[in-house]
Design a protein. Structure first.
Length: 132
């Protein structure tokens, strides 16, 4: 996966706590001019010992910053497994559900929807006067 990264459109973000890997994600952009204004957030992971410590929120804050400031993107897309309580977490980070693929994920415990989410990014030049 690391070898496949193209630094013009992709980023791997790592979160560490006291020198230990606490979480990571992949920001996968698009080189096609029709979709170059958005990227997908993939493989969001936090280490079990660092769950509920703010690592996930820190990753979401940093991916939004990197997408906006480093890659000049306008939106991010994310897919997640329904039934895990993740929708509420991402919504608290500013993401919104834009759709679902019903029964798209086949697990040993049964089929689950794949939830499609989006985050609109705001570049500093787009902010109203007086907002920082």
């Amino acid at each position: 996966m690391v070898r496949s990264l193209d630094q013009r459109v992709n980023r791997m973000l790592l979160a560490t706590v006291n020198g230990k890997l606490a979480g990571w994600l992949l920001l996968a952009g698009n080189s096609n001019e029709l979709t170059a204004h958005w990227a997908r957030v993939l493989r969001v992971q936090t280490a079990l010992e660092f769950r509920n410590c703010g690592v996930g929120r820190a990753l979401m804050d940093e991916v939004a910053r990197a997408a906006t400031e480093d890659l000049a993107l306008e939106q991010l897309h994310l897919e997640l497994r329904a039934g895990m309580g993740l929708e509420g977490f991402y919504q608290s980070c500013g993401w919104r559900e834009i759709g679902r693929w019903p029964a798209a994920l086949r697990l040993p415990s049964g089929d689950r929807d794949e939830v499609l989410m989006a985050l609109a990014l705001h570049r500093r030049s787009e902010e109203p006067v007086g907002v920082r």
